[in-house]
Design a protein around this ligand. Structure first.
Ligand SMILES: C[S@@+](CC[C@H](N)C(=O)[O-])C[C@H]1O[C@@H](n2cnc3c(N)ncnc32)[C@H](O)[C@@H]1O
Length: 322
């Protein structure tokens, strides 16, 4: 067959068929590709959702196991997540507790028959050791973290009926963000002039002037005439601020760059109650407002790096009724 004849034959019959097949195939390929990309998109979305669900479950599991983690301390298994809400964890819990107990004994003296009030008792760092000291006395611990108070009641209070824990649902950005009341509304469930010793470790460091003054007035009301208060605080002046910024002694980077009002500085604008410091002059005014006075000279804290000799991590006011 000649070339011309072959070409004519191809044009006349096979070529259109091939073209038709090719068109069909292209269409089918396009359809398959469409289906494939639909399926891929669908599975990618499902895969992404599945990955997110797995990550969420893992985070929840980690949170749950962290919540269940406990630290054994003097016969108690303390939930580590609640412990961390006191600003520290298992690595320092015992050491800090021992320092607190030593200072309470040294500076205000705790006797077996004493009636004790602690504000900001947290998860019982000091209630637990005191439960063996106060054999004939009593203890009331106050805090604004409901779960910590529930735990203290369920475990410490259950073993020691002379230990009572009270929750106030005070609104506080750090410790109780959904709180419904204010410190100024608190009336301690304690009779007038019935308390021998009050202590607050690292609590006035998280409060403003008006709330501190309110507590001081309550202390004046509930303290016996010879009662004493041990309260830690941050006290500053220019030289102390300079030293704190230069030495940076704590893990909290305490610089107190922001003056809230005269005599009061905060460390962070984002978390204003994270650390609050006062001058001696403002403390003097607050004491007058609360009808309290210094029972001893102010003890020096280590936090600022300003003092060569120090008695506690923070500065300490030992107070008595004025
Ligand atoms: C840094 S932690 C110290 C806890 C405990 N004193 C200790 O040393 O383990 C401060 C505690 O004060 C409590 N707190 C803060 N504001 C309070 C307020 N207005 N009244 C009572 N407790 C408060 C917090 O909930 C937290 O437990």
């Amino acid at each position: 067959m000649g070339a011309t004849t072959l070409l004519r034959k191809l044009k006349g019959s096979m070529f259109p068929k091939l073209v038709l097949d090719r068109t069909l195939l292209d269409k089918q390929i396009a359809e398959l590709q469409g289906t494939l990309s639909d399926v891929t998109a669908k599975y990618e979305a499902e895969l992404t959702a599945a990955r997110a669900a797995v990550a969420q479950a893992a985070a929840a599991a980690a949170q749950a196991s962290a919540a269940q983690a406990t630290f054994h301390f003097r016969g108690y298994d303390i939930p580590v997540d609640l412990m961390r809400m006191t600003g520290g964890g298992p690595e320092t819990f015992e050491e800090i507790s021992a320092m607190h107990q030593k200072n309470l004994a040294k500076w205000i003296g705790i006797e077996p028959q004493h009636s004790i009030l602690e504000i900001g008792c947290g998860i019982g760092r000091d209630a637990i050791p005191l439960s063996t000291t106060l054999t004939r006395g009593s203890y009331v611990g106050v805090d604004i973290i409901g779960r910590s108070i529930d735990w203290c009641t369920a475990y410490i209070g259950a073993r020691h009926p002379n230990f009572r824990f009270v929750h106030y649902d005070v609104d506080d950005q750090l410790h109780n963000p959904d709180g419904t009341t204010r410190t100024e509304a608190i009336v301690l469930p304690i009779e007038d002039q019935s308390i021998d010793r009050i202590f607050l470790f690292s609590v006035f460091t998280h409060m403003y002037q008006k709330d501190i003054e309110h507590y001081l007035r309550e202390f004046r009301r509930v303290l016996k005439p010879d009662g004493l208060v041990y309260a830690t605080t941050f006290i500053y002046d220019d030289a102390i601020l300079e030293s704190a910024r230069r030495t940076n002694r704590t893990i909290f980077n305490l610089r107190f760059e922001h003056e809230l009002h005269e005599g009061c500085r905060i460390n962070s604008l984002e978390y204003p109650l994270g650390a609050v410091a006062f001058t001696r002059e403002l403390w003097q005014k607050m004491l007058i407002a609360g009808s309290m006075k210094l029972a001893k000279p102010i003890l020096n804290g280590q936090w600022s790096g300003f003092y060569d000799k120090f008695d506690d991590g923070q500065d300490v006011l030992i107070l008595q009724p004025a």
